[in-house]
Design a protein around this ligand. Structure first.
Ligand SMILES: Cc1ncc(COP(=O)(O)O)c(C=O)c1O
Length: 429
Protein backbone atom coordinates (compact mmCIF):
# COMPACT_ATOMS: atom_id res chain seq x y z
CA UNK A 1 0.00 0.00 0.00
CA UNK A 2 1.37 3.38 -0.92
CA UNK A 3 1.51 6.00 1.82
CA UNK A 4 1.62 8.80 -0.73
CA UNK A 5 4.45 11.29 -0.83
CA UNK A 6 6.30 11.25 2.45
CA UNK A 7 6.00 14.41 4.58
CA UNK A 8 9.58 14.47 5.71
CA UNK A 9 11.14 17.32 7.58
CA UNK A 10 13.98 18.69 5.41
CA UNK A 11 16.12 19.04 8.50
CA UNK A 12 15.42 15.56 9.73
CA UNK A 13 15.87 12.97 7.02
CA UNK A 14 15.62 10.22 9.62
CA UNK A 15 11.99 11.13 10.34
CA UNK A 16 10.75 7.99 8.61
CA UNK A 17 11.35 4.79 10.50
CA UNK A 18 10.09 1.26 10.73
CA UNK A 19 8.17 0.08 13.76
CA UNK A 20 7.16 -3.56 14.17
CA UNK A 21 7.57 -4.07 10.45
CA UNK A 22 5.27 -1.17 9.54
CA UNK A 23 6.35 2.10 7.89
CA UNK A 24 5.81 5.06 10.28
CA UNK A 25 6.39 8.71 9.54
CA UNK A 26 7.36 10.84 12.47
CA UNK A 27 5.27 13.98 12.16
CA UNK A 28 7.13 17.15 11.43
CA UNK A 29 4.84 19.40 13.42
CA UNK A 30 6.38 22.60 12.14
CA UNK A 31 5.16 21.81 8.65
CA UNK A 32 1.66 21.13 9.89
CA UNK A 33 0.94 24.29 11.88
CA UNK A 34 -1.32 26.86 10.26
CA UNK A 35 0.27 30.11 9.14
CA UNK A 36 -1.50 32.01 11.91
CA UNK A 37 0.63 30.24 14.51
CA UNK A 38 3.65 32.16 13.26
CA UNK A 39 2.22 35.16 15.13
CA UNK A 40 1.91 33.12 18.34
CA UNK A 41 5.60 33.04 19.23
CA UNK A 42 6.56 33.03 22.89
CA UNK A 43 9.01 35.67 23.99
CA UNK A 44 12.28 35.83 25.83
CA UNK A 45 10.47 37.86 28.47
CA UNK A 46 7.97 35.09 29.04
CA UNK A 47 10.90 32.77 29.69
CA UNK A 48 12.31 35.22 32.22
CA UNK A 49 8.94 35.59 33.89
CA UNK A 50 9.01 31.91 34.79
CA UNK A 51 11.59 32.85 37.41
CA UNK A 52 9.09 35.18 39.02
CA UNK A 53 7.22 32.14 40.30
CA UNK A 54 10.12 31.05 42.51
CA UNK A 55 8.99 31.30 46.14
CA UNK A 56 11.50 33.93 47.28
CA UNK A 57 10.94 36.28 44.33
CA UNK A 58 8.62 39.22 45.04
CA UNK A 59 6.63 39.52 41.87
CA UNK A 60 4.85 42.62 40.65
CA UNK A 61 4.71 40.96 37.23
CA UNK A 62 1.34 39.18 37.15
CA UNK A 63 -2.09 40.73 36.91
CA UNK A 64 -3.56 38.68 39.69
CA UNK A 65 -6.16 39.81 42.21
CA UNK A 66 -5.38 39.41 45.93
CA UNK A 67 -6.31 35.78 46.65
CA UNK A 68 -7.04 36.48 50.32
CA UNK A 69 -10.03 38.54 49.14
CA UNK A 70 -11.67 35.70 47.23
CA UNK A 71 -15.07 35.12 48.86
CA UNK A 72 -14.48 31.41 49.35
CA UNK A 73 -17.18 30.89 52.00
CA UNK A 74 -19.78 32.77 49.96
CA UNK A 75 -18.95 30.75 46.86
CA UNK A 76 -19.02 27.48 48.85
CA UNK A 77 -22.47 28.14 50.25
CA UNK A 78 -23.82 29.39 46.89
CA UNK A 79 -22.45 26.23 45.23
CA UNK A 80 -24.13 23.98 47.79
CA UNK A 81 -27.40 25.86 47.41
CA UNK A 82 -27.29 25.80 43.57
CA UNK A 83 -26.44 22.09 43.44
CA UNK A 84 -29.18 21.11 45.89
CA UNK A 85 -31.87 23.26 44.25
CA UNK A 86 -30.97 23.01 40.57
CA UNK A 87 -28.11 20.53 40.26
CA UNK A 88 -29.33 18.98 37.05
CA UNK A 89 -29.49 22.35 35.26
CA UNK A 90 -26.13 23.46 36.66
CA UNK A 91 -24.42 20.28 35.44
CA UNK A 92 -26.18 20.17 32.06
CA UNK A 93 -25.24 21.76 28.73
CA UNK A 94 -26.70 25.24 28.35
CA UNK A 95 -27.45 27.88 25.73
CA UNK A 96 -24.47 29.43 23.95
CA UNK A 97 -25.79 32.95 24.73
CA UNK A 98 -25.46 32.22 28.44
CA UNK A 99 -27.71 31.61 31.46
CA UNK A 100 -30.78 33.76 30.80
CA UNK A 101 -31.32 35.06 34.38
CA UNK A 102 -27.68 36.23 34.46
CA UNK A 103 -28.09 37.98 31.10
CA UNK A 104 -31.32 39.58 32.34
CA UNK A 105 -29.60 40.77 35.49
CA UNK A 106 -26.69 42.28 33.55
CA UNK A 107 -29.12 43.98 31.15
CA UNK A 108 -31.00 45.49 34.13
CA UNK A 109 -27.83 46.57 35.93
CA UNK A 110 -26.38 48.23 32.84
CA UNK A 111 -28.50 51.32 33.57
CA UNK A 112 -29.33 51.67 29.87
CA UNK A 113 -32.12 50.17 27.80
CA UNK A 114 -30.29 46.94 26.97
CA UNK A 115 -32.17 43.65 26.68
CA UNK A 116 -30.94 40.06 26.90
CA UNK A 117 -30.47 40.01 23.11
CA UNK A 118 -27.64 42.52 23.63
CA UNK A 119 -25.83 40.38 26.22
CA UNK A 120 -23.59 37.38 25.65
CA UNK A 121 -21.82 35.54 28.45
CA UNK A 122 -18.24 34.60 27.63
CA UNK A 123 -15.55 32.47 29.22
CA UNK A 124 -13.62 35.45 30.51
CA UNK A 125 -13.26 38.70 28.57
CA UNK A 126 -10.25 37.05 27.01
CA UNK A 127 -12.61 34.79 25.08
CA UNK A 128 -14.65 37.81 24.01
CA UNK A 129 -11.49 39.33 22.51
CA UNK A 130 -10.81 36.12 20.63
CA UNK A 131 -14.40 35.87 19.36
CA UNK A 132 -14.35 39.50 18.24
CA UNK A 133 -11.15 38.76 16.35
CA UNK A 134 -12.80 35.72 14.82
CA UNK A 135 -15.85 37.61 13.53
CA UNK A 136 -14.22 40.88 12.49
CA UNK A 137 -10.55 40.50 11.57
CA UNK A 138 -9.25 39.44 8.19
CA UNK A 139 -5.48 39.09 7.79
CA UNK A 140 -4.01 42.55 7.29
CA UNK A 141 -6.94 44.45 8.84
CA UNK A 142 -5.74 47.41 10.86
CA UNK A 143 -6.82 47.79 14.45
CA UNK A 144 -6.40 51.14 16.09
CA UNK A 145 -5.06 50.71 19.63
CA UNK A 146 -3.70 52.94 22.34
CA UNK A 147 -0.03 52.51 22.90
CA UNK A 148 0.75 50.84 25.28
CA UNK A 149 -2.19 48.43 25.25
CA UNK A 150 -3.31 45.12 26.79
CA UNK A 151 -0.98 42.41 25.55
CA UNK A 152 -3.69 39.72 25.82
CA UNK A 153 -5.78 41.60 23.24
CA UNK A 154 -2.78 41.72 20.91
CA UNK A 155 -2.32 37.98 21.37
CA UNK A 156 -5.97 37.33 20.55
CA UNK A 157 -6.01 39.60 17.50
CA UNK A 158 -2.56 38.57 16.20
CA UNK A 159 -3.89 35.09 15.57
CA UNK A 160 -6.35 36.54 13.05
CA UNK A 161 -3.64 38.48 11.24
CA UNK A 162 -4.36 41.93 12.70
CA UNK A 163 -2.02 44.84 11.98
CA UNK A 164 -2.00 47.80 14.33
CA UNK A 165 -2.11 51.55 14.24
CA UNK A 166 -0.70 52.64 17.59
CA UNK A 167 -2.04 55.87 19.07
CA UNK A 168 0.15 57.35 21.82
CA UNK A 169 -1.40 57.97 25.22
CA UNK A 170 -0.68 60.27 28.15
CA UNK A 171 -2.04 60.65 31.70
CA UNK A 172 -5.56 61.09 30.27
CA UNK A 173 -5.52 57.99 28.05
CA UNK A 174 -5.41 57.71 24.29
CA UNK A 175 -4.48 61.06 22.71
CA UNK A 176 -7.64 61.48 20.67
CA UNK A 177 -6.51 64.85 19.35
CA UNK A 178 -4.28 62.95 16.89
CA UNK A 179 -6.83 60.34 15.97
CA UNK A 180 -8.43 61.78 12.88
CA UNK A 181 -5.32 61.28 10.79
CA UNK A 182 -5.09 57.64 11.88
CA UNK A 183 -8.73 57.10 10.93
CA UNK A 184 -7.88 57.99 7.35
CA UNK A 185 -6.01 54.67 6.97
CA UNK A 186 -9.39 52.93 7.34
CA UNK A 187 -9.01 50.84 10.49
CA UNK A 188 -11.48 48.02 11.02
CA UNK A 189 -11.91 48.62 14.74
CA UNK A 190 -10.75 50.78 17.62
CA UNK A 191 -9.73 48.89 20.78
CA UNK A 192 -9.60 50.95 23.95
CA UNK A 193 -9.40 50.47 27.74
CA UNK A 194 -10.93 53.61 29.25
CA UNK A 195 -10.63 52.81 32.99
CA UNK A 196 -7.35 52.24 34.87
CA UNK A 197 -5.82 50.85 31.75
CA UNK A 198 -3.74 47.68 31.63
CA UNK A 199 -0.79 48.27 31.58
CA UNK A 200 -0.54 52.02 32.31
CA UNK A 201 -3.24 52.53 34.96
CA UNK A 202 -4.44 55.75 33.29
CA UNK A 203 -8.08 56.69 32.67
CA UNK A 204 -9.51 58.21 29.50
CA UNK A 205 -10.87 61.69 30.27
CA UNK A 206 -14.55 62.51 29.67
CA UNK A 207 -13.67 65.00 26.97
CA UNK A 208 -11.65 62.37 25.13
CA UNK A 209 -14.40 59.78 25.57
CA UNK A 210 -16.78 62.16 23.79
CA UNK A 211 -14.21 62.94 21.11
CA UNK A 212 -13.49 59.26 20.51
CA UNK A 213 -17.15 58.42 20.17
CA UNK A 214 -17.73 61.35 17.88
CA UNK A 215 -14.86 60.28 15.59
CA UNK A 216 -16.03 56.67 15.67
CA UNK A 217 -19.46 57.80 14.46
CA UNK A 218 -18.12 60.15 11.81
CA UNK A 219 -15.78 57.55 10.33
CA UNK A 220 -18.07 54.57 10.97
CA UNK A 221 -15.40 52.65 12.88
CA UNK A 222 -16.70 50.53 15.79
CA UNK A 223 -15.11 50.69 19.23
CA UNK A 224 -14.32 47.71 21.44
CA UNK A 225 -14.44 49.05 25.01
CA UNK A 226 -12.60 46.63 27.33
CA UNK A 227 -13.52 47.45 30.92
CA UNK A 228 -12.45 44.86 33.48
CA UNK A 229 -11.44 47.46 36.08
CA UNK A 230 -14.18 50.12 36.00
CA UNK A 231 -15.68 48.87 39.29
CA UNK A 232 -12.34 49.19 41.06
CA UNK A 233 -12.25 52.97 41.39
CA UNK A 234 -10.49 54.14 44.56
CA UNK A 235 -11.34 57.84 44.37
CA UNK A 236 -12.92 60.47 42.16
CA UNK A 237 -16.21 60.28 40.31
CA UNK A 238 -16.84 57.42 37.89
CA UNK A 239 -16.88 58.49 34.26
CA UNK A 240 -19.60 57.30 31.88
CA UNK A 241 -18.62 54.32 29.77
CA UNK A 242 -18.37 54.80 26.02
CA UNK A 243 -21.20 52.28 25.83
CA UNK A 244 -23.52 54.38 27.99
CA UNK A 245 -22.69 57.50 25.95
CA UNK A 246 -23.36 55.64 22.71
CA UNK A 247 -26.60 54.16 24.09
CA UNK A 248 -28.10 57.62 24.66
CA UNK A 249 -28.99 57.76 20.97
CA UNK A 250 -30.85 54.45 21.07
CA UNK A 251 -33.58 54.49 23.73
CA UNK A 252 -35.27 51.34 22.37
CA UNK A 253 -33.02 49.13 20.30
CA UNK A 254 -29.27 49.59 20.77
CA UNK A 255 -27.55 50.02 17.41
CA UNK A 256 -24.52 51.97 18.64
CA UNK A 257 -20.89 51.73 17.58
CA UNK A 258 -19.58 50.48 20.91
CA UNK A 259 -19.11 46.84 21.88
CA UNK A 260 -18.48 46.63 25.61
CA UNK A 261 -16.65 43.91 27.56
CA UNK A 262 -16.54 43.36 31.29
CA UNK A 263 -15.89 40.48 33.64
CA UNK A 264 -16.43 39.05 37.10
CA UNK A 265 -12.70 38.20 37.22
CA UNK A 266 -11.70 41.24 39.28
CA UNK A 267 -14.82 41.66 41.42
CA UNK A 268 -15.47 38.02 42.28
CA UNK A 269 -12.84 35.52 41.11
CA UNK A 270 -10.97 35.03 37.82
CA UNK A 271 -11.01 31.24 38.15
CA UNK A 272 -14.77 31.23 37.53
CA UNK A 273 -14.14 32.55 33.98
CA UNK A 274 -17.45 34.40 33.71
CA UNK A 275 -17.58 37.63 31.72
CA UNK A 276 -19.98 39.38 29.37
CA UNK A 277 -20.26 41.36 26.16
CA UNK A 278 -22.82 44.09 25.45
CA UNK A 279 -23.33 44.64 21.73
CA UNK A 280 -25.98 45.42 19.14
CA UNK A 281 -28.19 42.30 18.90
CA UNK A 282 -26.94 41.40 15.41
CA UNK A 283 -23.30 41.47 16.56
CA UNK A 284 -24.21 39.42 19.64
CA UNK A 285 -25.80 36.82 17.33
CA UNK A 286 -22.65 36.61 15.22
CA UNK A 287 -20.55 36.22 18.37
CA UNK A 288 -22.85 33.37 19.47
CA UNK A 289 -22.07 31.53 16.22
CA UNK A 290 -18.34 32.04 16.80
CA UNK A 291 -18.65 30.88 20.41
CA UNK A 292 -20.52 27.74 19.41
CA UNK A 293 -17.43 26.59 17.59
CA UNK A 294 -15.18 27.53 20.49
CA UNK A 295 -16.73 26.02 23.63
CA UNK A 296 -20.51 25.62 23.09
CA UNK A 297 -21.12 27.72 26.19
CA UNK A 298 -19.50 29.03 29.36
CA UNK A 299 -19.67 26.58 32.28
CA UNK A 300 -23.31 26.34 33.44
CA UNK A 301 -22.45 25.84 37.10
CA UNK A 302 -20.21 28.92 37.15
CA UNK A 303 -22.78 31.13 35.46
CA UNK A 304 -25.58 30.04 37.81
CA UNK A 305 -23.24 30.53 40.74
CA UNK A 306 -22.32 34.04 39.63
CA UNK A 307 -26.00 34.84 39.17
CA UNK A 308 -26.79 33.45 42.61
CA UNK A 309 -24.23 35.84 44.13
CA UNK A 310 -24.71 38.86 41.85
CA UNK A 311 -28.50 38.98 42.38
CA UNK A 312 -28.01 39.66 46.10
CA UNK A 313 -26.30 42.71 47.62
CA UNK A 314 -23.11 40.72 48.26
CA UNK A 315 -21.03 42.49 45.61
CA UNK A 316 -22.17 45.89 46.94
CA UNK A 317 -20.39 44.95 50.16
CA UNK A 318 -17.52 42.96 48.68
CA UNK A 319 -16.29 45.31 45.93
CA UNK A 320 -15.73 48.22 48.37
CA UNK A 321 -13.52 45.89 50.39
CA UNK A 322 -11.42 45.11 47.30
CA UNK A 323 -11.20 48.82 46.51
CA UNK A 324 -10.03 49.61 50.03
CA UNK A 325 -7.28 46.96 50.05
CA UNK A 326 -6.04 47.88 46.57
CA UNK A 327 -6.12 51.60 47.38
CA UNK A 328 -3.91 50.96 50.42
CA UNK A 329 -1.51 48.90 48.29
CA UNK A 330 -1.40 51.57 45.57
CA UNK A 331 -0.70 54.22 48.21
CA UNK A 332 2.06 52.14 49.75
CA UNK A 333 3.65 51.36 46.39
CA UNK A 334 3.63 55.01 45.36
CA UNK A 335 5.15 56.03 48.72
CA UNK A 336 7.88 53.40 48.39
CA UNK A 337 8.59 54.38 44.80
CA UNK A 338 9.07 57.98 45.90
CA UNK A 339 11.39 56.82 48.69
CA UNK A 340 13.53 54.36 46.72
CA UNK A 341 13.60 55.19 43.02
CA UNK A 342 16.28 57.45 41.59
CA UNK A 343 15.46 60.93 40.28
CA UNK A 344 14.47 60.86 36.63
CA UNK A 345 12.18 57.84 37.03
CA UNK A 346 8.47 58.64 36.57
CA UNK A 347 5.33 56.64 37.35
CA UNK A 348 1.59 57.00 36.87
CA UNK A 349 -0.86 57.52 39.72
CA UNK A 350 -3.82 55.27 38.89
CA UNK A 351 -7.17 56.10 40.47
CA UNK A 352 -8.14 52.44 40.43
CA UNK A 353 -7.38 49.03 38.98
CA UNK A 354 -4.36 46.83 39.48
CA UNK A 355 -1.38 48.46 37.77
CA UNK A 356 0.94 51.38 37.66
CA UNK A 357 3.42 52.23 34.96
CA UNK A 358 7.00 53.28 35.38
CA UNK A 359 9.14 55.17 32.86
CA UNK A 360 12.89 54.82 33.36
CA UNK A 361 15.36 57.39 32.08
CA UNK A 362 16.01 57.21 28.31
CA UNK A 363 18.70 54.69 27.47
CA UNK A 364 17.74 52.16 30.11
CA UNK A 365 16.30 48.90 28.83
CA UNK A 366 13.65 47.45 31.15
CA UNK A 367 14.31 43.93 29.80
CA UNK A 368 17.91 44.17 31.01
CA UNK A 369 16.66 45.71 34.25
CA UNK A 370 14.37 42.67 34.70
CA UNK A 371 17.30 40.32 34.34
CA UNK A 372 19.15 42.19 37.07
CA UNK A 373 15.98 42.44 39.15
CA UNK A 374 15.38 38.70 39.09
CA UNK A 375 18.89 38.20 40.48
CA UNK A 376 17.77 40.54 43.33
CA UNK A 377 14.53 38.55 43.67
CA UNK A 378 12.06 41.11 42.46
CA UNK A 379 10.12 41.05 39.18
CA UNK A 380 7.91 43.19 36.91
CA UNK A 381 6.87 43.13 33.26
CA UNK A 382 9.06 45.15 30.87
CA UNK A 383 6.83 47.49 28.89
CA UNK A 384 7.94 46.84 25.29
CA UNK A 385 5.50 43.93 24.83
CA UNK A 386 2.60 46.34 25.31
CA UNK A 387 3.65 48.46 22.31
CA UNK A 388 2.46 46.72 19.13
CA UNK A 389 4.43 49.03 16.85
CA UNK A 390 7.66 49.20 18.85
CA UNK A 391 8.97 51.56 21.50
CA UNK A 392 8.63 51.57 25.26
CA UNK A 393 11.98 49.86 25.93
CA UNK A 394 12.46 52.05 29.03
CA UNK A 395 9.02 51.33 30.53
CA UNK A 396 7.68 48.69 32.89
CA UNK A 397 4.44 47.60 34.53
CA UNK A 398 4.00 47.04 38.25
CA UNK A 399 1.03 45.19 39.74
CA UNK A 400 0.02 46.36 43.21
CA UNK A 401 -2.96 44.10 43.95
CA UNK A 402 -1.30 40.76 44.49
CA UNK A 403 1.65 41.43 46.78
CA UNK A 404 1.05 42.08 50.49
CA UNK A 405 2.29 45.31 52.16
CA UNK A 406 5.54 43.79 53.46
CA UNK A 407 6.33 42.43 50.01
CA UNK A 408 5.51 45.79 48.41
CA UNK A 409 7.92 47.62 50.73
CA UNK A 410 10.72 45.10 50.34
CA UNK A 411 10.16 44.61 46.61
CA UNK A 412 10.21 48.32 45.74
CA UNK A 413 13.35 48.84 47.87
CA UNK A 414 15.02 46.02 45.88
CA UNK A 415 13.80 47.51 42.61
CA UNK A 416 15.19 50.90 43.61
CA UNK A 417 18.64 49.40 44.20
CA UNK A 418 18.55 47.61 40.85
CA UNK A 419 17.59 50.76 38.95
CA UNK A 420 20.29 52.81 40.72
CA UNK A 421 22.83 50.17 39.63
CA UNK A 422 21.52 50.19 36.06
CA UNK A 423 21.80 53.98 35.86
CA UNK A 424 25.29 53.73 37.26
CA UNK A 425 26.28 51.14 34.66
CA UNK A 426 24.83 53.28 31.88
CA UNK A 427 26.89 56.25 33.07
CA UNK A 428 30.06 54.13 32.80
CA UNK A 429 29.43 52.69 29.35
C1 LIG B 1 -7.67 44.70 29.79
C2 LIG B 1 -8.02 43.29 30.04
N1 LIG B 1 -8.91 42.70 29.26
C3 LIG B 1 -9.28 41.42 29.45
C4 LIG B 1 -8.72 40.66 30.46
C5 LIG B 1 -9.14 39.23 30.60
O1 LIG B 1 -9.99 39.07 31.67
P1 LIG B 1 -10.79 37.74 31.94
O2 LIG B 1 -10.26 37.17 33.21
O3 LIG B 1 -12.23 38.16 32.05
O4 LIG B 1 -10.58 36.83 30.78
C6 LIG B 1 -7.77 41.23 31.31
C7 LIG B 1 -7.16 40.45 32.37
O5 LIG B 1 -6.28 40.83 33.07
C8 LIG B 1 -7.41 42.58 31.09
O6 LIG B 1 -6.51 43.20 31.85
Amino acid sequence: MSLGSPLTDENNSSAAFYFQGRHHMQTSWNHRYAQRTQRMAGSAIRELLKFTELPDVISFAGGLPAPELFPVAEIASATASVLSRMGSQALQYGATEGYTPLRELLAQQSGAPFVTANILITTGSQQALDLLGKIFINPGDRILVESPTYVGALQAMNAYGAEYVAIPSDDYGMITENLEEALHVGPKLIYVLPNFQNPSGVTLSLERRRQLLDLSRRYGVPIIEDDPYGQLRFEGDPLPSLLSLAAQDYPDDYQGNVIYLSTFSKTLAPGLRVAWVVAPAEVARKLVLAKQGADLHTASLNQILVHEIARTDFLDRHVPLIRQVYRERRDLMVTELAAHLPPGVRWTYPQGGLFLWVTLPEGLDAAATLQAAIAQKVAFVPGAAFFPCGGGANTLRLNFSNANPVQISQGIARLGRVIYEQIDELAHV
